[in-house]
Design a protein around this ligand. Structure first.
Ligand code: 3HC
Length: 289
């Protein structure tokens, strides 16, 4: 094996860190495309839940004739572990843990020691600077942002973010891996929010200001945007779907990173998060579930 991968055919095994909604979706689409996947999470319960979610999603897709293989064949390519050391033979690792910078950095530091020298590390961060995350490893040339959209099995896009030192070879291999997983890619420079969240989150934040200022009800704001601009969900329903804590965290990154008051998080969004009303995942956000 050379010190650097040159083709995706050399990527046999992909490690995914984090079995949450992004991690399990990423693992699913890679296994669907023929890659062997190992998912790591700290708890067995999260891993079990992730496998259940993947099974359900595969069953839906199989029913509609959208899978080339039977779900059990795809499932047989997915392994689980609670130990990062089991990533020693991975050629590519994708981190999809919660948006806590110190947690991510400590994972990257460990991965850097465990992974083979040729392996690439990708972060699915929604807004943290790739260049800063890469600096926790000794392989900044083989470090990249690979931002999947939720729900991963359905959404077409993967946003690829070049860090300051990311090599062209790493960019091309990551693009090719995403394409093999059935996704379309776009490239972004490493600036707060990249492309999608730079534009999407201020719209969601503005929907909270519109609600806070009593301009319209939540239902009318969502219906207005859904029917008036052909979006599949209104911005407040989408915020509940993404998680209000995640939306707030991204607005803070935009506000801090760009230093412009137009990105200040809406006080009503903050209030929901303070109340623990985080959206669908907590049973209550702008709407009740
Ligand atoms: N696995 C497999 N299939 C799934 C699925 C999953 N996890 N989730 C939904 N589907 C399928 C459904 O079976 C259905 O298929 P069909 O049309 O063949 O019957 C189709 O997707 C649509 O689902 P539903 O009928 O249940 O509901 P909707 O029509 O409302 O679609 C939605 C759901 C796909 C989530 C759609 O509302 C949507 O696209 N919403 C916007 C999502 C979005 O913007 N995501 C990006 C968020 S930003 C982000 O992720 C970045 C992060 O950093 C914050």
């Amino acid at each position: 094996m050379t010190m650097e991968l040159t083709q995706t055919t050399q990527i046999k095994r992909v490690g995914v860190i984090g079995a949450g909604q992004m991690g399990n979706g990423i693992s699913q689409v890679l296994a669907q495309s023929g890659f062997n996947v190992i998912i790591m999470d700290v708890s067995d319960a999260s891993l079990k839940k992730a496998l259940g979610t993947i099974e359900k999603s595969l069953a839906k897709l199989f029913e509609k004739g959208k899978l080339p293989e039977h779900p059990p064949v795809i499932m047989s390519r997915i392994k689980c572990t609670t130990q990062l050391k089991d990533f020693a033979d991975c050629d590519f690792a994708i981190e999809a843990v919660s948006e806590q910078e110190e947690l991510k950095k400590s994972i990257f530091k460990q991965l850097d020691e465990i992974l083979p020298a040729h392996a690439i590390i990708a972060s699915n961060t929604s807004s943290l600077p790739i260049t800063r995350l890469a600096s926790s490893t000794k392989r900044a040339g083989q470090f990249i942002g690979m931002h999947f959209m939720n729900p991963v099995p359905v959404m077409q896009l993967v946003e690829i973010i070049r860090g300051h030192a990311t090599s062209e070879n790493t960019c091309q291999l990551t693009k090719s891996l995403a394409e093999q997983a059935g996704k379309t890619t776009v490239f972004s420079q490493d600036f707060p929010g990249f492309i999608v969240n730079r534009i999407l989150m201020p719209m969601i934040n503005e929907a909270f200001f519109t609600l806070m200022e009593g301009i319209a009800s939540a239902e009318d704001i969502d219906a207005g945007m859904k029917l008036g601009t052909n979006q599949p969900m209104g911005p407040l329903a989408l915020a509940d779907f993404i998680g209000l804590d995640t939306c707030l965290a991204i607005m803070k990154v935009l506000h801090d990173g760009l230093g412009d008051s137009k990105y200040r998080p809406c006080p009503l969004l903050k209030k929901y998060v303070d109340a623990g009303h985080l959206g669908r995942k907590s049973g209550r956000g702008v709407y009740s579930y």
